[in-house]
Design a protein around this ligand. Structure first.
Ligand code: AMP
Length: 191
């Protein structure tokens, strides 16, 4: 069992890299953003509750997000490990994840952050918005709000995981395959 948290600002390339990492390490990939978008598209009660927050580029409240994450984890009792993408994003979520995994005799093996300059990322997201159809990628104000949310609520997790000796970072700028190599070099040190 190896549980990895992929960390990084919106547009840093978490989703792209997760596709390679889940294959290489045989992990169950859980992207909370994807799960929320699926619920939005299918107009489920969860999607209806999350919609306003997502439209504004705000984080969805912890209680809702944690419950959703736990439900996703429970769907895969026989997995060899999880690749968490976009979760946790607040200290409360990280605490809940630790406690939840511990209740199963599991833990977070490590977190890896994809680092990149904000201005490059904003441009990347605006570019992605032209094809992704995501309203939160198409409006620079919403994008900036997502970065404010990140700086205020998610950045404290760097110290949170550093205190546990579980924080690692790689340069997120470069060829996709080069970045995958940087990530796997770090992940191969987890046990
Ligand atoms: P993402 O695809 O990871 O950029 O997520 C898109 C949106 O989904 C975010 O802007 C939030 O509104 C919501 N979301 C995704 N993951 C979380 C999370 N862990 N906590 C709160 N909101 C989240």
């Amino acid at each position: 069992m190896i549980n990895i948290v992929l960390f990084g600002k919106p547009g840093a390339g978490k989703g792209t890299q997760a596709e390679f990492l889940k294959e290489k390490y045989n992990l169950t990939h859980i992207s909370t953003g994807d799960v929320f978008r699926y619920n939005l598209k299918n107009n489920t009660p969860l999607g209806q509750e999350a919609k306003g927050y997502m439209d504004r580029g705000d984080l969805v409240p912890d209680e809702l997000t944690i419950k959703m994450l736990q439900d996703e984890v429970e769907k895969h009792p026989d997995t060899k490990g999880f690749l968490f993408d976009g979760f946790p994003r607040t200290t409360a979520q990280a605490d809940a994840l630790d406690a939840f995994l511990k209740s199963k005799g599991w833990e977070v093996a490590g977190t890896v952050a994809l680092e990149a300059d904000d201005n490059i990322l904003v441009q990347r997201l605006l570019e992605r918005g032209k094809t992704s159809g995501r309203p939160d990628d198409q409006d620079e104000e919403k994008i900036r709000n997502r970065y404010e949310e990140y700086n205020e609520k998610t950045a404290p997790l760097i110290d949170y995981y550093k205190a546990q000796g579980k924080f690692h970072a790689v340069d997120g700028i470069g060829d996709i395959s080069e970045i995958t190599k940087r990530l796997t070099a770090v992940i191969d040190t987890f046990n």
